[in-house]
Write a protein that binds this ligand. Sequence first.
Ligand SMILES: [Zn+2]
Length: 228
Amino acid sequence: MKQKLFKLLYIFNILFCISILSLYSYENPSIEQKLLEQGLVDIQSIDPSIQVDLKYSSKDNFLGEDVYGDLNNCYLQKEVAVKLMNAQKYLRQIRPGYSLLIYDGVRPRRIQYRMWDIVKDTDKQKYVANPKTGSIHNYGCAVDLTIVDENGRVLDMGTPFDYFDDLAQPRYEKKFLKEGKLTEAQIKNRELLREVMQKAGFEGILSEWWHFNGYAKEYVKKHYKIIE
Ligand SMILES: [Zn+2]
């Protein structure tokens, strides 16, 4: 009898804990739930073949800190995610077995503030957009990415992601090729990334080979809200 009562109490205790936990998560939705509620989509729910490795959700980034916490998947505005799905489709047509590999998608502004606090008054400050004006990542309309080959190896783009040096800037490619600091193969890899992204309607920028905007800044500011 005593044992039965103990068992019953044990089960009751577990049920109580579960209900408290679910009530907590209902009142404190996770960061990813909040993004879904704001209309953003997980890119892998649109195209599971696209690979994702959010660098700011690990310590493997120029801040050396995991600033994304439980934001582990790449969220984007739906129209931008569809464009990215088309880029992946086109890449796989011309290079079977290859895949896009995403390093960053939406960056909620409160995380941008955290990053800003970390780099403020250091030599890294110039690499983080001021949260007051915001970057296109804050709207869920920009993506940072590279390409992996059929063996899952990252293509050699001449520099790693978030390499803040002229060598990472597409505007100087010809100069660095002449000086022997970039090879033709490295530039061809960047051109492949630009080709598939442009074909799907993205625009690259002159300062980072990995960054692409789904729309021009003016359009983004007019049609989308900053994700806080
Ligand atoms: Zn970017």
